[in-house]
Write a protein that binds this ligand. Structure first.
Ligand SMILES: Nc1ncnc2c1ncn2[C@@H]1O[C@H](COP(=O)(O)OP(=O)(O)OP(=O)(O)O)[C@@H](O)[C@H]1O
Length: 256
């Protein structure tokens, strides 16, 4: 059996004349943590959006868990086992923390045709458990999400990702808006995923974080993957050279 959990071949996305993602060939193995880095506009979020089917790709193929997939939308991707934390959070403002954690996969006491009763007690208990294992501190889980700080909201979103047994976790800039303590919490959650063998794609601008957390670093530049390096075989300066185009595809031409 293959140890590859996710593979893209020739993955491409164009917005009109903008080549946001070109011919991305990417492999993630089971248990592996990969960082996706690159300058603003390099195509990192576009890459994530094609895998999770937030948008429909212009070309190429995506293979997940041993088969080619063409998800119709993000919900189908999630049902297949891909949990994603997006830059813009997909949380429901008016709902409390348990309702957000179980959004789209609510637990019911019973369901009979149009009649259903939510099992709030179990959802609340499982939420507290999830927050405990992820070390996320939320003062009152019964508060609507609207009343929480940006950092707390982000932590709820990440707890949701980490709480459900998933085959792949994708985080797009999970700590961009967080304070020092909250960032440390999120990094602990990521270490927990590694211990549990859950593969991860981490989009991050923070090279310190990337070198701390992942096994391999994939660099995007102008919509293309220009490097894929084992953490032990590279360093910060090397990665910056690829990000800025001093090294990699087209480097000779632009520096001739
Ligand atoms: N919906 C869209 N319509 C048109 N162009 C888009 C759209 N989304 C992204 N782009 C363009 O595609 C390119 C890649 O953008 P993307 O958001 O993937 O970059 P990124 O590497 O995630 O950047 P950042 O680090 O700033 O989030 C950019 O040139 C961007 O302007």
């Amino acid at each position: 059996m293959s140890d590859i959990i996710l593979e893209t071949r020739g993955l491409t996305k164009r917005y009109g004349g903008v080549h946001a993602l070109e011919d991305a060939n990417f492999v993630l193995r089971k248990g592996e943590h990969i960082a996706v880095v690159g300058d603003n506009g390099a195509g990192k979020s576009t890459f994530v959006r094609q895998i999770t089917a937030v948008e429909q790709k212009s070309g190429g193929q995506v293979f997940f868990d041993g088969r080619e997939v063409n998800f119709s939308g993000p919900l189908e991707a999630r049902e297949s086992g891909i949990e994603t934390v997006f830059q813009t959070l997909a949380l429901a403002d008016d709902l409390d923390v348990p309702s957000n954690l179980f959004l789209g996969r609510e637990l019911f006491k019973f369901r009979l045709g149009p009649f259903s009763v939510l099992d709030r007690k179990t959802m609340r208990e499982r939420t507290l458990e999830a927050l405990k294992t992820t070390a996320v501190k939320i003062p009152n889980v019964d508060n609507p999400i609207r009343n929480m700080s940006g950092g707390q909201r982000q932590c709820v979103s990440i707890a949701r990702t980490a709480a459900f047994a998933s085959k792949l976790v994708i985080m797009d800039e999970p700590t961009a808006a967080l304070g020092v303590q909250e960032t440390a919490q999120v990094e602990n959650i990521i270490r927990g995923l590694k211990e549990r063998g859950v593969p991860l794609i981490l989009v991050s601008h923070n090279l310190r974080q990337v070198f701390d957390l992942v096994d391999r670093i994939v660099v995007f530049r102008r919509g293309r993957i220009v490097a894929s390096l084992n953490k032990d075989e590279t360093d910060g300066n090397d990665i910056v050279s690829y990000i800025t185009g001093v090294k990699g595809i087209g480097a000779e031409a632009s520096h001739a």
